[in-house]
Design a protein around this ligand. Structure first.
Ligand code: ATP
Ligand code: MG
Length: 584
């Protein structure tokens, strides 16, 4: 059963996508390209020109582009013109330091204004922007700086001393470090950003930029193994613009807030690029998750479109409805979620707590932008990722040999989610790993590594990552289905489900459950949960074992790490833990 949307006539704004079939049938990437401007004199397409300079040169010049909220209560607002000038200065610094096309610039700085200015300056200089999550320790930072061939690092004095200085001897390519908060240069290569910014010009001519020039290097979240470096190009802006239009439903008066850190692809594609491409106001909060602070930001900043993640929604759900209902969220029009499967319970929680359902959408670091979504004006099916974007062909396939795949035409059959290559934000390679990149493409499809089903109306339903699928008594069980049922029980805050080898049935479904405040683990509750799951799922699919745990292991992107639950259960090596979140 789906959640029907109100008639568009009652909407505060008319959604950009009203008739899915029409938009899909008439879609062309050329039309999208024509909605962007391109560099003057046919010099190509550059993300920063489209996101900033295009608006700074027109009626949006003095519109607030970036509304920054500091952890300590400080605030700064940057207009499109401010961003143009500041990113010009940054681009000039890069140029003067000898950096150019394809040189990697890493940023380890938290969500501070300089990070956003740097990203845009790097795009302008046709260098490669590689954001690093600031909570990483020295080892994951070293891995990324070294594998990414970083030539310059933007960071703060504190991060430099705590996490980077000891690595410098092993990073021969890293020639310059720019310190955002050092009033003076600290050495020949340890430079003060404020000094350089003050001395550099605020005009800059963006060099010719090819659609295929590399713009960004994003490392994956490391949920299933060692993070991979995905390379993205300038023409990815077409996807960011198109999805901003049809999924985020951006309108000129919108205030948008994407809660992801730019250290993850969502925080760059949607936390920087997409809203600016649409010339709207983009809110950035420096602080970490805090449910009360977040409600306050939504209300006081009059956020109209909000993009967040299941891990945050689950934390809201833990605290109940009442605290959220205290806030005036009447300006909020749309809530979107990405990163992990969104349990139906979470979609409905949105309705109860905030008066809006949560729109799930699906994509990966590799896809660069949203590929499958629940669109604003169209029925939501709770638990479904939605339907493919215009210009995106998705299918459920089966690997049918070493070199071929078969498309599963029948509805409701589980298989691997595949996309037809060719959309603009598709990754163009895994850094230094051409063989792995090639292996992602088979029989004319890009294979995502996720398992899913499609229903008769073309909605896609996530089943699980191929690596997480449980084979039990001849059934293939996706952890998401089992976790969603457990989440529907009033005592359950979070659940992670794995397959535990079993001599009789292949694998046994085992669940790890974190309880909501006010509930305590007991054998009686364990039996109740098993019975609850059996009633809904049947005994073959319901968990046979449940362990209570105060928290589930998550990576720094907030995703449940099932591979770690499994390794710990079986006493196996824990594998790469560089992105593991320290427990709260
Ligand atoms: P790694 O590839 O390093 O193991 P990762 O796959 O978690 O990490 P990302 O690219 O950040 O790295 O995440 C993409 C994956 O997240 C998808 O392949 C999918 O498994 C999951 N995902 C994202 N959005 C959704 C969603 N809406 N529903 C279900 N799963 C999702
Ligand atoms: Mg992945």
């Amino acid at each position: 059963m789906g959640i029907q949307k109100k008639h568009p006539a009652s909407w505060k704004t008319v959604p950009n996508l009203l008739n899915y079939a029409d938009v899909v049938a008439n879609f062309s990437w050329n039309t999208i390209r024509n909605e962007l401007q391109g560099l003057p004199e046919g010099r190509g397409i550059n993300i920063a020109h489209e996101a900033v300079d295009r608006h700074a040169g027109g009626p949006l010049r003095d519109h607030v582009a970036l509304q920054w909220l500091g952890s300590d209560g400080a605030e700064r607002a940057f207009t499109y013109d401010d961003l143009k000038r500041l990113s010009n200065r940054f681009a000039n610094i890069l140029k003067e330091l000898g950096l150019g096309k394809a040189d990697t610039v890493c940023a380890l700085a938290g969500r501070i204004p300089e990070l956003y200015i740097a990203a845009l300056g790097v795009f302008k200089n046709t260098s490669v922007f590689c954001p690093l999550f600031s909570a990483f320790g020295p080892e994951p930072i070293f891995q990324r700086l070294s594998r990414g061939d970083a030539k310059l690092l933007l960071t703060t004095e504190r991060y430099y001393r705590q996490k980077v200085s000891q690595l410098m001897g092993d990073l021969p390519l890293l020639k310059h470090v720019l310190l955002v908060d050092a009033p003076d240069h600290l050495g020949d290569d340890l430079l003060s950003l404020p000094r350089l910014m003050a001395a550099s010009s605020d005009t800059y001519l963006i060099p010719p930029t090819g659609a295929e020039d590399i713009a960004a290097l994003h490392f994956t979240s490391g949920t299933t193994g060692i993070p991979k470096g995905a390379l993205h190009v300038h023409s990815a802006a077409l996807t960011h613009y198109m999805t901003g239009k049809y999924v985020m439903d951006f309108h000129p008066e919108d205030v948008f807030w994407c809660t992801a850190d730019p250290g993850w692809v969502t925080g760059t594609s949607y936390g920087i690029i997409s809203p600016l491409l649409h010339g709207i106001t983009n809110v950035v909060d420096e602080a970490d998750f805090d449910a009360v602070r977040w409600c306050r930001i939504l209300a006081s900043r009059k956020v109209s479109v909000w993009y967040t993640a299941p891990t945050a929604i689950r934390r809201f759900m833990r605290m109940g409805l009442e605290p959220v209902r205290e806030y005036d969220l009447s300006q909020l029009r749309l809530i979107h979620s990405v990163g992990e499967p969104l349990n139906p319970e979470a979609v409905l929680w949105g309705l109860k707590a905030m008066g809006l359902p949560i729109h799930d959408n699906w994509w990966q670091t590799e896809t660069g932008g949203i590929m499958i979504a629940n669109f604003p004006a169209i029925e939501i099916r709770p638990g479904s990722m939605g339907r493919p974007l215009p210009g995106i062909e998705a299918a459920i396939v089966k690997r049918s040999g070493k070199d071929s795949v078969t498309v599963i035409e029948a509805d409701g059959v589980q298989g691997e989610l595949a996309l037809r290559p060719g959309w603009p934000s598709m990754f163009r390679g895994y850094l230094h790993d051409a063989a792995r990149y090639r292996k992602c493409f088979l029989g004319g499809w890009y294979l995502t590594g996720d398992l899913a089903k499609r229903d008769a109306d073309g909605y896609f339903w996530f089943v699980g990552r191929a690596d997480d699928i449980i084979k039990t008594s001849g059934h293939m069980v996706g952890p998401f289905e089992v976790e969603s049922v457990l989440m529907a029980h009033p005592a359950v805050a979070e659940a992670g489900v794995i397959g535990k080898p079993d001599p009789l049935i292949g694998e046994m479904v085992k669940a790890f459950v974190a309880l909501k405040p006010g509930f305590t683990p007991s054998d009686a509750l364990r039996l109740e949960l098993i019975g609850f799951a059996r009633k809904k799922l049947g005994s073959a699919v319901a968990p046979k074992e449940i362990d209570f745990t105060p928290d589930l292991p998550k990576n720094k992107a907030g995703k449940i790490m099932r591979r770690l639950l499994k390794a710990r259960e079986l006493g196996l090596p824990e594998g790469d833990l560089s992105t593991l979140e320290e427990s709260e």
